[in-house]
Design a protein around this ligand. Structure first.
Ligand code: FES
Length: 125
């Protein structure tokens, strides 16, 4: 791994900061991420719903490995990011790892969902 790649990895939180089925928002340098826990697995995701950008640490409900955004009920398999039910976009993941009880993620570049033009219909100049 090059120095540049090493610097891209950042310690986000301790594994013990998050209970099973919990989602928490953390600052990761220039931007925010949400860390989700499913059993002993952790996923680091952008902090917004892929549908209409609700803050997932507030709107997200995690049950048995399924993440549901309570705003319009889009759902995903939290371990794979795969859409379930009405969801039309997968979840994006930051590459992550647990080392010595700490959750690390590769956060060199912010992951941003592309929202459809219909989401801007109410915007007026
Ligand atoms: S904003 Fe999350 S499902 Fe619509």
């Amino acid at each position: 791994m090059s120095d540049a790649a090493d610097n891209a990895w950042q310690q986000i939180c301790s594994a013990s900061d998050i209970n099973d089925g919990e989602l928490k928002r953390f600052e990761a340098g220039q931007f925010a991420v949400v860390v989700a826990r499913v059993g002993d697995e952790f996923r680091v995701i952008p902090p917004f719903c892929p549908h209409m950008a609700e803050p997932l640490h507030e709107s997200g409900i995690c049950r048995s490995g399924t993440l549901t955004c309570s705003k319009h009920l889009w759902q995903w398999n939290l371990l794979t990011g795969q859409e379930q039910g009405p969801a039309e976009r997968p979840l994006m993941f930051y590459e992550s790892d647990v080392r010595d009880g700490e959750v690390w993620a590769r956060v060199d570049q912010e992951l941003v969902y592309e929202f459809g033009e219909e989401d801007d219909d109410d915007f007026e100049w």
